[in-house]
Each structure stands twice: as structure tokens, then as C-alpha cells.
Design a protein around this ligand. Structure first.
Ligand code: C5P
Length: 221
């Protein structure tokens, strides 16, 4: 591939319940300071200057609430049971986009410059680009009973962030071939044999998952 021209569409899956955060409303609708995680993520995508269209994917009963939060220029669609279902619902409305970003609403403090770097790498001809950071803890693989069955070499492990960026045709093919769920979109692209390229992520792109993460995000604001 010689690089892409054309629309960049960002999909923002925000249809998860976010039970680990311990709030009544779904995580994307929880406020960080004055604004919801969803609004902050959408604002970050806009501020990157690298995204032409934004599609957010939310629980079906929160479509109107989401429209009120994100503004008229953003498309809002209903998500599904698993994250993969939600991204698939977003992919169904992107038309002829040439680059697709998938960006978790939960990574509300992601620097716009990181978003722009991911887009630039895809535009330069990479089929799939993900921001990553080295893993600081040793990671163990365990069995169902909690017994350790392996210790991967930490120096070769990376923690994966979003936005993940894709040539649109590659992501469409990956989803067309997907037969089960995946915790990230790049995993589906790996399965169809395309190379996923990593770039250096940013500590601020951390996923707000637990009450501790929300406290950290508030302190960072
Ligand atoms: O559960 P996890 O933290 O991995 O979710 C990552 C992102 O995917 C969150 O922004 C969440 O709202 C979204 N998601 C979704 N639809 C689901 C499950 C998760 O859009 N069914």
C-alpha cells in the first residue's frame, strides 16, 4: 500500500456497562470534572485535527442522552452485547472512509497529539497501528485454579492503548472474518495475517476502569 487519502472516521465504543467503576450509569457517562468521559474523548478526537467524522456507540437506552452530550456533528448509534458487536455497529455506518480509528471512551485524557500520530502512520501506509507502553509488572499466565503455568519474558510484552488505527478495508476484512469476540480490534487484524505496527503510547491515554483510575484522572485534570 502506498498510503491513503480520504476520510478518517473515528469509532468510539462507549456501550459497555463499566461495572468495575462502581457507578450506576455506564462508565462513558460518568463525569470527570465537569464533562463526561464520552464528551472528553470526543473533544480529544476533534482537537487532534486529524479526524473528519466521529461515530459514538452507546447503550440503546442512552441514544438521546449521548446526542445531547456530543453535539450534532457526531453520529450516535446503538451498541451490542460485546465490544466487538459495538464496533461492528459503528463500522456499519462509516460509508467509504479510508482510515478508521477505534478509540475507547474510557481513555478520556488521551493527548490529541497521540491521535494525530496514529492517523499519520496509517496514512503513511501501515495497515494497522496501535499505541503501546512497556509493561512494568511481571505478568503470569495462570490456570482456572490460580496456579501459575507460565511467565512470559516481560521485555517482549506491551500494554495496548487506543486509538487503534486501521486502513478501513483491512478492518472491514478483519471483522468479516471474525467468528468470536476479541478485547481489541488489532487482535482481529492479526488473525487475518496483516501486520500490526506499534508506536510509543502515552501514560495519559490510560483506561479509566476503577474508582482509583477516576481519582487519578481527576488529579491529572
Ligand atoms: O470493557 P472494556 O473496558 O474493555 O471496554 C472498552 C470500551 O469498549 C469501553 O469504552 C466500553 O464502553 C466499550 N464497550 C462497548 N460495548 C460493549 C462493551 C464495551 O462499546 N458491549
Amino acid at each position: 500500500m502506498n498510503g491513503t487519502v480520504g476520510d478518517v472516521v473515528a469509532l468510539v465504543p462507549a456501550a459497555g456497562k463499566g461495572l468495575r467503576l462502581g457507578h450506576d450509569e455506564p462508565k462513558a457517562f460518568v463525569c470527570l470534572g465537569t464533562d463526561s468521559l464520552l464528551k472528553r474523548s470526543v473533544d480529544g478526537l476533534r482537537a487532534s485535527g486529524a479526524v473528519d467524522r466521529i461515530v459514538v456507540i452507546v447503550p440503546v437506552d442512552l441514544l438521546d442522552a449521548a446526542r445531547g452530550l456530543v453535539g450534532d456533528d457526531v453520529t450516535v448509534v446503538a451498541g451490542g452485547r460485546e465490544r466487538t458487536d459495538s464496533v461492528r455497529a459503528g463500522l456499519a455506518v462509516i460509508g467509504g472512509a479510508s482510515v478508521v480509528l477505534v478509540h475507547d471512551a474510557a481513555r478520556a485524557l488521551t493527548p490529541p497529539a497521540l491521535i494525530a500520530r496514529v492517523v499519520a502512520e496509517v496514512r503513511a501506509g501501515r495497515p494497522a497501528v496501535i499505541p503501546v507502553l512497556p509493561v512494568v509488572d511481571t505478568v503470569k499466565e495462570v490456570d482456572l485454579m490460580g496456579a501459575v503455568i507460565g511467565t512470559p519474558d516481560r521485555s517482549r510484552l506491551r500494554a495496548v492503548q487506543t486509538p487503534q488505527g486501521f486502513d478501513a478495508d483491512v478492518l472491514r476484512r478483519a471483522y468479516a472474518a471474525a467468528t468470536d469476540i476479541s478485547t481489541d480490534d488489532a487482535g482481529l487484524v492479526e488473525r487475518i495475517g496483516e501486520t500490526v505496527h506499534t508506536i510509543v503510547g502515552d501514560a495519559l491515554a490510560f483506561k479509566i476502569t476503577t474508582p482509583h483510575d477516576l481519582l487519578l484522572a481527576e488529579a491529572l485534570l
